[in-house]
Every structure is written in C-alpha cells, then in structure tokens.
Design a binder for this molecule. Structure first.
Ligand code: MCN
Ligand code: CUN
Length: 782
C-alpha cells in the first residue's frame, strides 16, 4: 500500500535529508573535528618496495621545534603493537621493524604541534635501508627462487597465501569430457582504487584521567572496529568509543583497519593528548584498500548452444599482507557466484593467492567480495562463446538463463538464488536499446568501414550478508540491528548498526519507518556511527544495509505496531482483533471514522496505558537474514571506435536494474548512475600499476585517471521489480550493482566492434593504445 504524500513511505523519491547540510558545506567530517590540545600526526612511508631496515635514526626529527614525539616500529613493539591482525586472519605491520614490503609502507610517525611541522620532520628521519629484489606479480612471486616476502611468518616457506576451491570437480570434468565445444578466455582484472573524495583519517582521544578512548574515524564498520581495537590493543571494550561522523565516500576503502588509526591511538595513549591523522591523496592511493588485481582463466563447456560446465582458475595478487575483508568461511570471498545468471549444471572454481611487494588490499571498491571479478569473467566468457558458436550474444544468454520458474535456484557452486526474472530484464533492455535495429545499423556501418559495437552484461550479484551462521568477519556474525524510539509527541529516532558513507540512509531508513508506522519521514531522525549510542552491527559494505539493517528497521516497526495496537484498543475501547491498520492510524473494522493516530497512540504510551502494559514505545531488533539477496539486471553499451586512433566513444548506455522493491527510487537511480560511472572508469582508464622495482605508478590523480563529467557517458535507466521473497520489504541491495555489472558491458562493446575480425579480448583499462594495437593486428587500422 502506497503511503500518503505527507507520510512519504517507500516508493517516494523524496530529496535526501542529509543533502541540506552537505550542499551547504555544513557536514561534519573527521577533519572538521578539532579538540583542545590536539596534536597532529604524519606517517613516514617507505621509498622501497622491498628492503631490510638496518637502522632508524630519529634524533634530528625529534630535535625539530614543535615535534612532540617520533614513533617507530620498535617503540610499538615494546607495547606489542608493531603488528596487527588483518580481517582475514593474517598479520600486517603497523610500523615496519624488520623489512619494508611495499612502496608506501608505514615506517615511522611524527607527532607535532601542527601537521606542517610533522610533515617537515619526516624528512629528518634517517632510515638505513638495504634493498632486496622486489616481486611485483603473482607469477613471479610463485616462481622457483623468488625472494621470500613474509620471512616474518613462522613456517612460511613460499609466497603462496591460500588455495581454495568450490563446486564439484568430478562433475565438471565429466561435463567437459562430454562437451562438443570448449570456449576459453584468459583475462586480467587490474588493480584499481576506490578513491573516495575524503581520504582516511582519525582523531584519537584517550583521556588520561578516565582511560576512555574516543576515536573519531573514517569507518564503514564502527562496531566491528571497536571490538577489533579491544582485542588488539587489550583495551576494555566499554572504554572504547568509535565515532564515525559524516564520511566523504567509502566504496570499501574504509572497511579495513589501517596502521594510521592504530598509531594515532597509541600516540594519544602515550602522550595523553588527542592526536589527529589525516591521510593525503598519495598515501591513500599507494597504501590503502586497493581492489581486484586478479589473473583469471575461464573455460565454458558447451553442448550445442547449452552451457554444461564452467571451470575457472584464478590467481590473486594479495600484496604484502593478506588483508581482505572477507567472510571467514569463504577464503576467496564470493567468487563462486561466477556461474552468474546461467543454468550451468556443473562448475568448479579454484583460486590461489600470492604475496607480492605491493600494498595489501581489501576486497574493496564496490565489489561485494569479489563478485565484481566473477561477474566480469562470466559475462566476457559468454560473449566469447557467442562468437565461437555464431549465435547472437543476447540470444545465447536467453537460451541459457535460469528460468523464472526455477527460483529459488541452487547454483552449481552452492548459492540459493532467492528470486529473479532474467529474460524480462534482458527483453526490456533490448527494447529500450532498439537492439534489432542497432544490429542492422552495425552491419551497415561496417560496410561503410565504421566500427560500431554493442556490449551486454546480464549480471547477477549476491549481497546482504549474513546469514550469521555462514558469514562472519573475524568471527563476528553478520547480523544487523535497528533501535527505534518513538517519543510522546510522535517523533522518532532510529539508531542503526550500519554506517552511511553517502548512500542516503538518513532518508531511506526514515522512509522505512514511515511506511511501517505511518510517522511522516520528516519526523524520523536516523542516527548511525557512534558505538556508544547505536546498537551493535557489522557495518555498511557488500550492499548489506537494506537487506539486513533495512529488514531490522521494518521488524522493529512491526513490533512497535503490535504494541500500538494494544494501546489503540484501549483508547478506542474495542478488542485488538477489531482494529484495522493503515499507515498512520488504527480504525475500528467497519467504522473507519472511529480511529486513533500513531501520534495519539505514542502520547498514550507515556500517559494513558492499558493495565499491565509497560510504558514507552521503544525497542531494538537484531536481524539475521535467512539468505543473501540476489539483485540482477542487464546493462547494454553501444560504442564506436575511431579506426585512425583506437579511441572509442560510448554512444549509449542502457541499464535495467532489478533490486526488488525500491525504497527511494531516486536514491536507487543515483546509486546506479554512480556505479555506471565507476564501471566506465575501471573499463576505460583506472589503473594502478608498478614498475620492475615495485614503484607504484598511479599514486596521484595525474597518473591514476578518474572519469570526470567530461568523459562520463549519459545513462538511460529502467527497472523491473522482482521482490526478494525472504526480505520483509521485498528489497534487495543495490549499492554495488552497477560497478559490479557494467565493466563487462563496456569491454564487451569494444570487443564486439572488432569481433568480426577475430578479436576476442582486450584487457582493462581499455585504452585507445590497446585498441589501436588490436586494430593493427586485425588489419582494421586506418
Ligand atoms: N535502496 C533503496 N531500495 C533498495 C535498495 C537500496 O532505496 N531496494 C537505497 C538504500 O536505502 C540506501 C542506498 O539505496 O540508501 C544503498 O543501499 P544498499 O544497496 O543497501 O547499500 P548500502 O547502503 O549497504 O551501501 C553499501 C554500498 C557499497 S558496498 C559501496 S562499496 C558503495 C555503495 O553502497 N559505496 C558508496 N554506494 C555508495 N554511494 C556513495 N554515495 N558513497 C559510497 O561510499
Ligand atoms: Cu567491497 S566495497 Mo562495499 O562492499 O563497501
């Protein structure tokens, strides 16, 4: 039931509440926090990718006026803080003691009266390095005789991190033995970076009198970070308060715990004064939360035009420390969603990880735990198969889709997809595109010597972890929470365990309460990010806020509605069973004029209660979802290639998304447009790479290219709605879909323009340079 205009429940595209302050420059970010007596910290980073540390002499830095302390790994080691655990159970150096293992690694910290003094003092620290040969690719790292990167780890004799498999190997081998065609694709998903507007940072304030540590930090998961701080630093958890204020984007970059946070906290503890650390752009690009860096080999077995088996092997470049934020049970994240939208009876996935002399990552950048790479693999592979078979790529997909009546569908690698209607989303995208016409136009253009390409991606994602029994981070089960307090005058505060980084939670979660309780959305304030003030939750990533916390918000509203019903019965002097609900009021069945509003009920909850009922209208709900949600869609891209230069231009992007029921359609569209722009950046220009010595190329925005409004194409959006059957609101997550789904569509379009000449793959970023080489090789260059 749609709510009234005044209530603005779900389905209304209300403007974002938070934009009032963001647009006026009145946001409150970590760097806006200034505390009395606050000191500033800067980090010294390693110029070498791999080197032994012979000695560190900080005396000159220490002597600079205004410098309060220089902190080295050795000093931290005295407090057992030189190393910290990562989210995936490895260890990571906080400040290097024995060796540096990537360029940009944190070596020492200066704490000073101003950030400028601290930065100047960094240059006065003398570190004596003994360079060691750097390893910059996983192939090199796993080869015989490669230098051992993690010689700090007992029993570690090679650079191999893990081997992990999913699916049924024998069944897959049989499918390949019986296949009448096998199509293969080797591809590389390059290292890229989330690059939020705001870099990472914190203000650590350990009160020497009370011992309470208040840490303002850029955190997508404040509660989980508090627990990890307690476990690592040995501080009592109730004495730690993490406050994550407004965040200038996260995109996964703010999931891990970085050395800067730990050193600033240790510094505040030792010095008895608040310490601020704000990362600069290069620090962010070279040392924190990279994404991808996957070498992938996929093979598809076909019988006629039916996909009968899928084999994927991948080799992941983990950098110097294995720091992925990943669910404990799944070592390689959720890569096994690689069967995608297709009914493939047998599949087998093998992944290996290797240490290299590069910054550690996280499964970061709008990725839902490696679903991005999986989606790219299958959508590129399917297009390759279409060319080999001589079947239209849309038609081949249609023939192999999981059919609407097959849901809930168990995939060959063990996921149970909740719901989907893939043919519908594809058909809508093709209709919006005018696909048939475009194919004709493509053929005509080719006859005239012009290269037009049409690329499709029919992605399926898996988002919204838990269930807690299967998904945990560092053992913490992935449920989430909502606490709702309805005040006597009918205004409410909703407190959540998740943390918006710009997704609009203050608006959409208020709309959920408006929908469920009929309290106008303006009357609901949403609070997140302060661990002293919000119920425990696992945080915002993997598009889990709507699937998990959104469900918790709906459930607590419904619980309060049941209490409200009791009060309404008392107020109207009828039995509860005789009452009917519509958003905002209860009325007596058959006489709708006898009614009482939610505001009147809220007042009565504090003033006029039925016998035996507790006062107040408040409660908290912890929601552990029964399954993930599986959003999907079809992205279609049309490009034209310049045969003289290899430059390619996007002519159109049509995006059909299905994230189940939409809470705020405008916010959903904003999420999708942002993701389509990011997908374009990844496909076309974003790349962090390294030279042979391990020097990072891509450490600033001159080298690491982000698309601006100038390059970014226009987007045409549409939707289908297939509700999630297990979510109380029917909603699925959407926050990552377009970044996950779209890169394959862009690359497929460029390859499609060249496919008639035998081109099958161009690795991302698809620069004009690479396209030019493909043109030359295919004899199409002009
Ligand atoms: N929404 C909705 N209806 C749905 C699904 C979502 O109205 N059916 C709304 C939500 O209520 C929320 C937004 O869309 O306001 C995104 O919701 P959801 O899909 O639940 O994702 P999360 O809120 O958990 O956000 C995480 C996701 C991730 S993992 C990354 S990475 C990412 C992304 O969101 N980082 C972002 N989008 C981002 N957007 C901004 N502006 N900044 C980031 O850092
Ligand atoms: Cu993996 S990027 Mo988002 O899940 O925070």
């Amino acid at each position: 039931m749609a709510t009234e205009h005044e209530i603005r429940g779900m389905g209304h595209s209300v403007p974002r509440k938070e934009d009032e302050r963001f647009i006026r420059g009145k946001g409150n970010y970590v760097d806006d926090i200034v505390l009395p007596g606050m000191l500033h910290m800067e980090l010294l980073r390693s110029p070498f990718a791999h080197a032994r540390i012979r000695s560190i002499d900080a005396s000159r830095a220490q002597a600079l006026p205004g410098v309060v302390a220089v902190i080295t790994g050795e000093a931290l080691a005295a407090h057992k803080l030189a190393w910290m655990p990562t989210l995936s159970g490895d260890t990571q150096a906080v400040l290097a003691t024995d060796k540096v293992r990537f360029q940009g690694q944190e070596v020492a910290a200066v704490v000073a009266e101003t950030a400028y003094i601290a930065k100047d003092a960094l240059e006065l620290i003398d570190v004596d390095y003994e360079p060691v040969q750097a390893v910059t690719s996983p192939q090199q790292s796993l080869a015989e005789g490669a230098p051992l990167i993690r010689d700090d780890k007992e029993g570690q004799t090679s650079n191999h991190v893990y081997h992990w498999e999913a699916g049924d190997k024998d069944a897959t081998e049989r499918a390949f033995a019986e296949a009448d065609r096998v199509v293969a694709l080797d591809t590389f998903y390059p290292r890229c970076h989330p690059s939020p507007l705001e870099c990472c940072g914190c203000v650590a304030d350990v009160n020497p009198a009370t011992g309470k540590a208040t840490i303002y930090m850029t955190s997508q998961a404040p509660h989980a970070h508090r627990t990890l701080f307690a476990l690592v630093a040995g501080l009592p958890e109730h004495q730690i308060r993490i406050v994550s204020p407004d965040l200038g984007g996260g995109f996964g970059n703010k999931v891990p715990i970085y050395p800067g946070y730990v050193v600033a906290t240790a510094a505040s503890l030792l010095l008895g004064r608040p310490v601020k650390w704000i990362e600069d752009r290069s620090g962010n690009l070279i040392s924190t939360g990279f994404a991808r860096d996957f070498h992938m080999h996929g093979e598809l077995a076909l019988k006629g035009d039916r996909m009968t088996g899928l084999k994927v092997k991948l080799l992941s470049d983990q950098g110097a420390f294995f720091a992925d934020a990943q669910p404990t049970k799944f070592r390689a994240g959720l890569f096994h969603i690689v069967t995608g939208s297709y009914d493939i009876p047998a599949a087998h996935v093998e992944t290996d990880g290797a240490y290299t002399n590069k910054a550690p990552g996280g499964v970061a950048y709008r990725c839902s735990f490696r679903v991005t790479e999986a989606s790219y693999m299958i959508e590129r592979l399917v297009q390759t198969a279409a060319y080999e078979l001589g079947v239209d790529p849309a038609e081949l997909r249609l023939r192999n889709f999981i059919k609407p009546e097959q849901f809930p569908y168990e995939s060959a690698t063990g996921f149970v997809y909740d719901s989907g209607d893939y043919p519908k989303a594809l058909a809508l995208a093709l209709e919006r595109l005018g696909y048939e016409e475009l194919r004709k136009e493509q053929a005509e253009a080719r006859a005239e010597g012009r290269l037009v390409g049409i690329g499709l991606a029919c992605f399926t994602e898996v988002v919204g972890a838990g269930p807690g029994k299967e998904y945990a981070i560092a053992g913490l089960r992935m449920f989430d929470s909502a606490e709702l307090r309805v005040h006597p005058t009918g205004k409410a505060i909703l407190k959540l365990g998740v943390k918006s980084q710009g997704q609009g939670h203050e608006t959409t979660f208020a709309q959920i309460i408006a929908q469920e309780l009929g309290i106008p959305y303006e009357d609901v304030e949403v609070q997140e990010g302060d661990t002293d003030n919000t119920p425990y939750g696992l945080g915002t990533y993997a598009s889990r806020s709507t699937p998990v916390a959104g469900a918790a918000a709906a459930m607590i509203s419904r619980e309060l509605r049941e209490k409200a019903r009791k009060i309404a019965g008392h107020l109207l002097e009828v039995a509860e069973e005789d009452l009917e609900w519509e958003p905002g009021r209860f009325f007596v069945k058959g006489s709708p004029q006898r009614s009482t509003t939610i505001q009147e009920i809220a007042f009565a909850a504090y003033t006029n209660l039925p016998e035996g009922l507790q006062a107040g209208l408040e409660g908290v709900h912890y929601y552990d979802p029964p399954n993930m949600t599986f959003p999907f869609g079809t992205y279609a891209v049309v490009v034209e290639i310049d045969r003289g230069t290899g430059a390619w231009k996007v002519r159109r992007v049509v995006a059909v998304d299905d994230c189940g029921v939409r809470i705020n359609p405008m916010i959903v569209e904003g999420q999708i447009m942002g993701g389509l722009a990011e997908g374009f950046g990844i496909a076309a220009m974003e790349l962090i790479t390294f030279d042979e010595e391990g020097n990072c190329i891509g450490s600033n925005f001159m080298d690491y290219l982000l698309p601006t409004a100038w390059e970014t194409p226009a987007f045409e959006l549409d939707e289908t709605v297939t509700p999630s059957p297990h979510h109380p609101l029917g909603a699925k997550g959407v926050g990552e879909s377009a970044t996950v789904g779209s890169p394959a569509a862009y690359v497929n379009a460029v390859v499609d323009a060249l496919a008639h000449a035998g081109v099958r793959n161009i690795d991302m970023p698809v620069t004009s340079d690479k396209v030019w080489h493909a043109l030359v090789e295919a004899g199409l260059a002009q």
